[in-house]
Design a protein around this ligand. Structure first.
Ligand code: AMP
Length: 286
């Protein structure tokens, strides 16, 4: 496994891979790796010759300095994790390498309103930062395949949009959410949950699953209102529950309004903000 810290070193190596007609599969991460990340790497290994995992805690996508500073970082254990998981290349750039000209977002793709609902409403500017770093990483790695998790559903829709607008050759692959045995979606932030809160955090999964079962019987608005109450248990505070068209990310008024339907939510669990989602109706096959 190679570990590169500079863009030049990574590019030189990836050029040799391309000359050998090998395909490159890319998994961008912010580190603090867990089995959710591992599943992305496994899919990348299955469908590409050379797998690149980046570890970069992107400062421009955090709304609060405190959240950025509290983000768990353990590079040594991440490198060991990736080595054990059979990764080919780890890319660990620094802020100067990613943003040599500063963090001005002028010139990034217009997100066509996809960044305004849900996470965009509660984390203003978050997706501008995500778009900024992803455009830069895609330009550096220029992968054949890009693997990202359904766990961050809105992010997958936005990155797909960016790839399309830029006319990139990269194929986007959405990987399913990996969950703990009780249903809690794996997340790097879960390590910060106090034990008594962690014990009840599966309420998020169960609430989304109940919405899925109830979709035919109640309107999206009724389900959304019910879920906000169901998530409002001691130490938990839901920010939003949204039942949206999975393509446009706009809320739907009736289940018949879309053939791809997703329920998304964000919940404060103590002082940790968790997000999760569940597909309620799969998109029709192409
Ligand atoms: P992060 O390090 O949190 O920025 O996540 C890096 C990538 O891993 C993103 O594409 C996430 O959507 C994905 N990811 C995070 N958690 C999970 C999970 N529990 N299951 C599947 N993918 C995940």
């Amino acid at each position: 496994m190679f570990v590169f810290r500079t863009i030049d070193d990574l590019r030189t190596y990836l050029d040799t891979i391309r000359k050998e007609d090998q395909t490159i599969g890319f998994v961008p991460t912010m580190g603090a790796l867990h089995d959710g990340h591992r599943s992305l790497l496994e899919q990348a290994k299955e469908s590409s010759d050379c797998t690149v995992v980046s570890i970069f805690v992107n400062p421009t996508q955090f709304n609060h300095v405190a959240d950025f500073e509290k983000y768990p970082v353990d590079l040594e254990s991440d490198i060991n994790f990736l080595y054990g998981a059979g990764c080919h290349v780890v890319f660990i750039p620094d802020v100067e390498g990613i943003y040599p000209g500063g963090t001005d977002a002028t010139g990034t793709v217009d997100l066509a309103g996809l960044d305004e609902t849900m996470e965009g409403e509660f984390r203003p500017g978050h997706f501008t930062g995500v778009a900024l770093v992803m455009q830069r990483l895609l330009e550096i790695v220029s992968p054949d395949l890009l693997f990202m998790g359904q766990k961050d559903f809105q992010q997958t829709v936005i990155i797909r949009h960016i790839i399309k607008v830029l006319g990139m050759h990269t194929r986007f692959v959405t990987c399913p959410t990996i969950r703990e045995p009780d249903g809690l979606a794996m997340s790097s932030r879960n390590v910060r949950l106090a034990a008594h809160i962690r014990d009840r955090a599966s309420v998020i999964y169960h609430t989304l699953d109940t919405i899925r079962h109830m979709l035919g019987n109640k309107t999206p608005t009724e389900l959304q209102q019910w879920a906000m109450k169901a998530l409002n248990i001691p130490d938990f505070r839901p920010e939003y529950v949204a039942i949206v068209d999975g393509n446009t990310l706009q809320p739907i008024a009736a289940a018949s309004d879309a053939d791809f339907i997703v329920a998304c939510c964000s919940v404060w669990a103590g002082d940790v903000r968790l997000i999760d989602n569940m597909i309620l109706r799969e998109p029709a096959a192409d």
